[in-house]
Design a protein around this ligand. Structure first.
Ligand SMILES: NC(=O)c1ccc[n+]([C@@H]2O[C@H](COP(=O)([O-])OP(=O)(O)OC[C@H]3O[C@@H](n4cnc5c(N)ncnc54)[C@H](OP(=O)(O)O)[C@@H]3O)[C@@H](O)[C@H]2O)c1
Length: 432
């Protein structure tokens, strides 16, 4: 049993300041909850001369991470640096030294999770990472602790607040992608370099972690079929609305007899779906288990306070075990190396928008190409005609079709002189 538990931080930026500040402010409450004191030993940062908004006890702030890693009085290390460079090296060293680690680092867990879980197991250390997916929304803990009796069938999530804010603006205000992105940057919801968010990489890290937990298969983020939202245009949102859909960047992991398919892409979602009403920077994840049915978790997916909630939940859980004299256990299991399926395996309905020559017979020609590939048209909408260029815009909704058939047909369509461009191809997500 421990009366005093040593805790140190690697990184104290946006999230770290809130976590450390809360730990100091609520020390008494936490003492009552866990039955021991959490003693702040070190906060290691890159530049210890920079002013901080938290008043730290004398001698705690350091620019030398090895002070954290080599101090035997440190029981718990909280990694809030980010990325898979120094952060990864430090986490490996901490686990090797038998320290328990809490991390909010989606990139590190997505890329190196199985290796780090092995290391934690070998050294009887816990590695917890609730804040790495969904900020303050509990999604890791439910998958590991609350749903283990289920056979998880699918996860469908909106797990990037930046892109959800941009798509909501495009849908509700008719903004272009560039206008909506500029607004997100002005409000601090998007980074100056938004690549990681708008191209889907951040969501790919998060769904790779969730797929690993749900299916016990190691999913490397590079194998997640990933498409971003840059090519969407305001008229896609108008056509979608007329057809009864909204457009969302979805992260999806599903399992069938053939294997596991993990993907991130913008998709048409029926307006009646609960995820269709998750707007702005909100996040939500739907987990479908064979016993529990479909569960929806929704809330703030990022920000210092929600992320602090998740980081401290992990810290307090480890501290409670240490205070009780028991080994903190948190083992996500051994993930099999498994092949993930490619998008070619997908079968769904498709929305296609193209710019075509405005003349009789073109639609019939397009229908013929699609039909020869086994893709049939369910609905057609023609909105804009550009009389100067002699072109028209066509929006088509297909019946269920195989992705490979659709991509084959699209490459034939692109080669026709009557088809000036296939501007958008979006998959339709069926109702749950
Ligand atoms: N921001 C969010 O809303 C959010 C939500 C969920 C998860 N997360 C995750 O939380 C983690 C931290 O995010 P953040 O937004 O707090 O990042 P941040 O503001 O950039 O803070 C990073 C911190 O790491 C320190 N640092 C950088 N390199 C270091 C090194 N080599 N050694 C020691 N310290 C180093 C920095 O030191 P200086 O202060 O001296 O520069 C800074 O304190 C990331 O993994 C992120 O993905 C963030």
């Amino acid at each position: 049993m421990a009366n005093e538990i040593g805790i140190s931080f690697l990184g104290m930026g946006n999230v770290g300041e809130k976590v450390v500040g809360t730990l100091l402010e609520r020390a008494e409450t936490f003492h009552k909850q866990i039955g021991a004191s959490l003693l702040l030993r070190h906060v290691a940062v890159k530049d210890p001369t920079r002013a901080r908004s938290v008043d730290l006890p004398e001698g705690v702030l350091t620019g030398d991470a090895s002070e954290v890693l080599n101090d035997p009085s440190v029981d718990i290390v909280v990694e809030l640096i980010g990325g898979d460079g120094d952060a990864g090296d430090y986490v490996r060293q901490a686990l090797t030294a038998g320290k328990h680690v809490v991390s909010a680092n989606k990139e590190l867990i997505a890329k190196a999770g199985p290796e780090l879980f092995d290391l934690a197991r070998q050294n009887q250390a816990a590695l917890r990472f609730e804040a790495s997916v969904g900020g303050g929304i509990p999604v890791i803990s439910p998958l590991l602790r609350d749903l283990p009796a289920n056979h998880i069938v699918a996860i469908r999530a909106i797990i990037n607040g930046t892109t959800n804010f941009i798509l909501t603006n495009m849908a509700q205000q008719g903004d272009s992608f560039e206008e909506a992105l500029a607004q997100a940057q002005e409000l601090g919801y998007a980074e100056p370099d938004p690549t990681n968010d708008v191209d889907g990489h951040d969501a790919a890290f998060k769904i790779a972690i969730m797929a690993g937990l749900a299916f016990g298969v190691s999913v490397s983020p590079e194998t997640v079929a990933t498409e971003g939202i840059r090519s969407l245009a305001p008229q896609d949102f108008l056509y979608a609305r007329e057809l009864g859909y909204v457009i969302k960047l979805l992260a999806i992991a599903e399992r069938n007899e053939a294997g596991v398919l993990v993907r991130v892409h913008p998709a048409l979602l029926p307006e009646s779906e609960p995820l269709a009403r998750v707007d702005g920077v909100q996040n939500a994840a739907q987990i479908k288990g064979d016993l529990a049915g479909t569960l929806t978790f929704q809330g703030a997916g990022a920000g210092a306070s929600p992320t602090t909630s998740a980081v401290l939940a992990d810290v307090l859980e480890i501290a409670r075990s240490l205070a009780a004299g028991t080994q903190p256990t948190w083992d996500p299991g051994v993930w099999r190396n498994g092949e993930t399926l490619g998008l070619g395996a997908l079968e769904t309905r498709y929305y296609l928008r193209m710019t075509v020559l405005d003349q009789p017979g073109v639609l019939a020609q397009i229908a013929k190409v699609l039909g020869e590939a086994g893709v049939s048209i369910a609905a057609v909408d023609q909105r804009e005609a550009d009389h100067e260029r002699g072109t028209a815009e066509l929006a088509l909704m297909t019946h269920r079709a195989r992705e490979l058939a659709v991509t084959d047909a699209l490459s034939t369509l692109r080669s026709l002189p009557e088809v000036h461009a296939v501007d958008t191809m979006l998959r339709v997500e069926a109702a749950t």
